[in-house]
Design a protein around this ligand. Structure first.
Ligand SMILES: [Zn+2]
Length: 261
């Protein structure tokens, strides 16, 4: 079977390594698209890392990404970025979907790999929304669109993080790709490049990578009952607020009023 050409659309620099690091060097004609620059407008994370400005923190995260990708033989030219501030993708949903549609139309990948909708991080859910929206637009416009494949991220389970596991959704088969010793070694070295994210990245097991075909989502409904993982943090975003933004963006996309970022 021929390896598919792929685009990975990730919310933050490091999500692609967490979810698919062991596969990056195997995918054909890979393009990586990052929705945010990984630097929140509030300076909490940046200041904790010793950065004086949001821009300096974003540059450091970009540098970490390029270092990690180089280990897998991926050149900076294979990456593209939308440049939204971290934690703010939800405020740009419709334009983000249109922008992704344009870029995916240019790249024409067989598959697009992205996050599941699961309430782990508002930028992850926003990225999932935009990829589904973009593929719907391409399907309507061209009659075809890339198949959406999900890489695992994280969500809330029993009051804590369930990392690199899917929130169950229908009977979509999960393909669990175990990583060889060499792949695990490479993935550990790639993860080590993200020094600014070291504490968070210890939560992800490096020995397996689950994938599944993306389910069809109703983004106006919560991904699961109870509190979402990102509601544990003081980020000014709740599930209810995110869903209201998603509802407005859907209406805007359906009416054709939305414009590109
Ligand atoms: Zn992320």
């Amino acid at each position: 079977m021929q390896v598919p050409s792929a685009a990975i659309v990730a919310a933050h620099p490091d999500d692609e390594v967490i979810g698919a690091g062991g596969q990056l060097s195997r995918l054909r004609a890979l393009t990586l698209l990052h929705v945010t620059d990984g630097a929140p407008r509030n300076m909490r994370d940046a200041a904790a890392g010793g950065f004086e400005t949001r821009q300096a923190y974003a540059r450091a995260r970009r540098g970490e990404l390029e270092q990690a990708l180089a280990l897998a033989g991926i050149a900076p030219q294979q990456t593209d970025r939308i440049g939204i501030a971290d934690q703010e993708a939800a405020f740009h949903l419709a334009e983000l979907a249109l922008t992704l549609a344009e870029r995916l139309d240019r790249i024409c990948p067989d598959i697009v790999v992205t996050h599941p909708y699961e309430g782990g991080h508002p930028d992850h859910d926003s990225t999932a929304f935009a990829v589904h929206g973009a593929c719907d637009l391409l399907k309507r416009r061209n009659g075809v669109s890339p198949a959406i494949v999900e890489m695992a991220s994280y969500h809330m389970r029993d009051g804590t993080i369930a990392a690199l596991e899917f929130l169950p959704n229908g009977d979509h088969d999960i393909v669990l790709l175990p990583l060889t010793d060499a792949q695990q070694c490479l993935k550990r070295r790639m993860i080590a490049c993200f020094a600014s994210q070291a504490a968070m990245l210890t939560r992800f097991p490096p020995d397996r990578e689950p994938f599944r075909p993306a389910p069809t989502y109703d983004f106006r409904r919560p991904p699961h009952a109870g509190r979402l993982f990102y509601e544990l943090f003081d980020w000014g975003m709740t599930g209810a607020r995110w869903r209201a933004l998603a509802g407005t963006a859907l209406a805007s996309l359906q009416s054709g009023r939305a414009t590109c970022r």
